[in-house]
Write a protein that binds this ligand. Structure first.
Ligand code: SF4
Length: 467
């Protein structure tokens, strides 16, 4: 009997249920895939949909494996899955524990192949920004080995919930419209948009974090297969970085601080107390003119986690301590929820003076610092990092992240991802808590809060893993 199934697990599940109900053994059935062009002299049999088979129960481990195996490109997968299912339901309930069994071994091998492919897709998808009717979209083209778009898409929806994106592959495509995932047909590479500013950001980031001391070309090629290089902007740098490796190794072993305007005000001894005192006299950018005082970072030298915000707010400017206003209170609540104690962290801002404009009721309204002010103040931030030497840096908001990685960094695109950087073993960016407080839409605010907490939880877990 020939049975035609769709390319997804649901279609197989319906067919398998019908076959089991009719007692059709694996030797009696040949599975083919709709539209696969697999010819046969046999006309496909229509397996009637069946009610659940009485007494039939399948171990959860099989369902988990079947989800992965269904994504594999191998045409044998449906027959293999049915054979294992048949055996599990005909007296071999513990079959999956026998890894030396030929069917079990094959199922595990296919599942591992899919898992590996999914891992590569999560690591190697690079979005490009496009604008349509004034709205921002992000599009990526990727060539997975297997049919994993539906399997991996929920990961990207969780990772990038607040941007509209599409991932195109030769077999299928998926789009996220901020609310739901929609699947479509495959798209050839020629229809995916070409480079933009994001590529530049990836290249800058990759060049700044590329660690020549650990250069291992074979391992790098194994981890980053050549077939993905066409869609990875950073790979264009690899030949040049490999050529420069010996020279760059010595640079990374003794890193230099970038010279910024504030360097002129640095004290001779750069312990945290001396730095904080010297920063009170900083005049490296115009922000000091309207602020009450410099708000320097606070926390123990040797803190394992450093939090970097944008700039002090109205209350911080009056009191002289970072993150004590409404945003600081929200931060404290979430830190406590994920098991991080603020007293053990070093908390600072990318810019140390409060920038503001006057509101209609003469209140002082936050004004985002410009790039020149961030660069001018970077000397203080670098000095704090050098003194604290945190295992992990968590940037709150785009301004803080861009102080490290440049203006191409986007919170929506790279929030929650852990990077290894020259400043700390682990580096991550997330929303600024004040951005959450400012969101007018209640639903968006609630969603952002969930992501903010998840990111901080991930930071806490990472910190624990770093030992
Ligand atoms: S914002 Fe930073 S660079 Fe500008 S004056 Fe204040 S401390 Fe100096």
């Amino acid at each position: 009997m020939r049975v035609e199934v769709g390319p997804d697990l649901d279609s197989f599940r319906t067919a398998a249920r019908g076959l089991l109900a009719r007692g059709v053994s694996p030797e009696q059935v040949l599975f083919t895939e709709e539209g696969s062009g697999q010819g046969s002299l046999l006309a496909p049999a229509v397996v009637p949909a069946s009610a659940p088979v009485a007494g039939l129960s399948v171990p959860p481990a099989f369902l988990e494996l079947a989800q992965k195996v269904a994504c594999h490109r191998s045409p044998e997968r449906w027959g293999l899955l049915y054979r294992v299912l048949w055996r599990l339901t005909h007296g071999e309930r513990k079959l999956l524990e026998v890894e030396s069994d030929a069917d079990v071994y094959r199922v595990l091998t296919l599942a591992k192949g899919v898992q590996r492919d999914a891992h590569k897709m999560k690591a190697f998808v690079r979005f490009r920004r496009v604008e349509r009717e004034g709205e921002e979209f992000f599009i990526a083209w990727h060539r997975p080995e297997h049919f994993i778009v539906r399997y991996v898409a929920p990961f990207f929806a969780r990772r990038f919930p607040s941007m509209r994106w599409s991932i195109l592959t030769p077999d299928a495509s998926v789009s996220w419209d901020l609310e739901q995932l929609t699947y479509g047909p495959g798209v050839p590479r020629s229809q995916a948009p070409e480079g933009d500013a994001l590529e530049e950001m990836w290249r800058t980031y990759y060049a700044s974090t590329f660690n020549p001391a650990r250069l291992n070309v074979r391992a790098m090629r194994a981890e980053m297969p050549k077939k993905h290089w066409a869609t990875l902007p950073e790979t264009r740098l690899i030949p040049e970085l490999v050529r420069q490796a010996p020279q760059r190794t010595s640079r990374m072993v003794s890193p230099k601080l970038e010279l910024s305007e504030s360097s002129r005000f640095m004290p001779e001894h750069q312990d945290l107390a001396s730095l904080a005192q010297a920063a009170q006299g900083c005049r490296a950018c115009p922000l000091h003119e309207r602020a009450t005082r410099t708000v320097f970072g606070e926390g123990p030298a040797g803190a394992r986690l450093m939090l970097v915000g944008e700039q002090p707010g109205d209350q911080e400017d009056r009191v002289g301590r970072p993150f004590i206003g409404p945003a600081g209170q929200l931060l404290d609540t979430v830190l406590a929820a994920v098991g991080l104690e603020r007293e053990q962290l070093y908390v600072t801002n990318a810019v140390k003076h409060f920038g503001w404009v006057e509101g209609e009721e003469k209140q002082r309204l936050h004004a985002k610092p410009g790039r020149s002010e961030v660069l001018a103040c970077k000397g203080w931030l670098d000095a704090e990092v050098a003194q604290v030497r945190p295992k992990m840096i968590l940037c709150l908001g785009a301004t803080a992240a861009q102080a490290f990685l440049g203006p191409g960094f986007r919170i929506n695109l790279s929030r929650g991802q852990i990077f290894e950087t020259p400043w700390a073993k682990a580096w991550m960016a997330t929303f600024h808590p004040s951005a959450l407080l400012r969101m007018p839409d209640e639903r968006a605010r609630a969603q952002a809060r969930i992501h903010f907490e998840a990111d901080l939880r991930r930071a806490a877990d990472t910190l624990r893993a770093l030992g």
